[in-house]
Structures are given as C-alpha cells and as structure tokens.
Design a protein around this ligand. Sequence first.
Ligand code: GLY
Length: 264
Amino acid sequence: MSFSTHFSHAITRRPAASIIAGLRAVDTGTPDLALMQAHHAAYVATLRETGATVVELGPLEAFPDSVFVEDTALCLPQGAVIMRPGAPSRLGEATEMAPHLAALYGQVVAISGADSYIEGGDILVTEREILVGRSARTNAAGIAELTRLVAPWGHPVREVHTPPGVLHFKTDCSLLDTDTVLSTTRLSASGCFDGYRVIDVAEGEEAAANSIRFNDLVLVPAGFPRTRDAIIAAGFTVREIGNSECAKLDGGMSCLSLRFTPKP
Ligand code: GLY
C-alpha cells in the first residue's frame, strides 16, 4: 500500500460555533454552522466508509479555524511533525493537537524556531518526496526546519511556490495516486509537477483542486462537475462532499483531516 494515498487513521475536529469568526481572504458571507456540521458529518462518514478509524475531536471555541486540522501537523509513516502555523490566531491549534498524535505515534517532533512558520496545507506528500509551498503562512525557516526533521526518516523536501493570492499550496493541488496530481493550471504551469502525470482542473473550477485521495476513494467538493468527470474518466472512484460553508473560509477537503498510518 502507498503511504501517500492509503491510511488506517484520520483525525478530524468538529466545527466550533466561533467558526463565523474564521479567517478568510475575501468575505463572501457568514458560514452557516448547521450546514457546515452536516457537511462535516458526511465527510467523516465517507472517511469511515473506506475502513479507516476516524478520531473525531470536539470543537475548540477559542480557535475559530480549528476545524482545519491539517494545518497543525504533518503525519508520516515514521512519526508526526507538529507545525507552527503562520497565522497568529492559529498558533495554539498545533499545541492542542500534539497530545492526540503522541497517543498514536512513537515519535512526535515539532517545528520550534521562533522565526519558523509552516502550515500543513502547504505540504504535499508523495511517495518520492515532500513538496512544500512557500506562502504567506509558510516561510523559508519553517521549510528548512522541516527538512532537517524529516531527513532521518528518509523524506527529501523540495521547496516550491504557492501561486500569488492563493492561501496554501494544496489549495491548488492534490495527490490522486503515487504518480498523478490534480492541479490548477496556474500551479502546474510553474513546472513544479514535472515528472508526475497531471490532471488539470477545469477552467473556472479551481476550487476542485483541493480534493483528497483517501484509500479507495477521492473526496471532491461538490459543484465542480467537469473536474469530477475528469477524475472519474481517469479511473478513480469519486465521492462528492458539500463544501460551501468551509469554502467561505478558504477551506477544502484536505484541510479537514490529518490522514496517516501511525507507527506506535
Ligand atoms: N480559514 C482558514 C485559514 O485561513 O487558515
């Protein structure tokens, strides 16, 4: 099984009522908590449908964006790395996640430099390398520290760039199998996926690029039919998940979970 597409576990966190104060690049309306909860429940049920164990954490009212757990850690087969989010309001979310990963993993290390910032949304793990996009949330010091921490585990890190105005590197891409990436054309045009097979999302459907391969399924945000059909035509089994409320906070399929197979 590929460690970058197949997982025994996921961690999610239910959205807090404070989600209405979540960070967003552009205000497109207040998220509807009840609808977000329904979408979140469907997301968790779909992860479980693949046979995985999903640890559902309770809401954290002090951290409006805490439903987006992916930004708090990087989970690899050998161990977990606790991130240092670049958004000041999100820094404490990583500390909240650490004990949950320590309960499952033998090795948990942390990004700790005072000037180091890195969020999980900027990290794409493939079978052969870890791509990290420099962004408004992830800086050179954070990438350098991550590179040092995962080197003993045999993972090379390659720094790439997140397109201007895009929140995270993975806002614009997903891994579909060990060699195939789903990407926006604005990102794939940079050449960062040379050597991979690239499926470009349909023009006008850029938000579909943040999908996830999770075991035998690809979870795709609902509402992007041309991209959905392209993924199906490439041989993948797709589940569409409502994402209208998380999208108001620049969140998508990858942001909502940590996906891993822990090594005790
Ligand atoms: N609202 C998600 C984030 O900005 O981190």
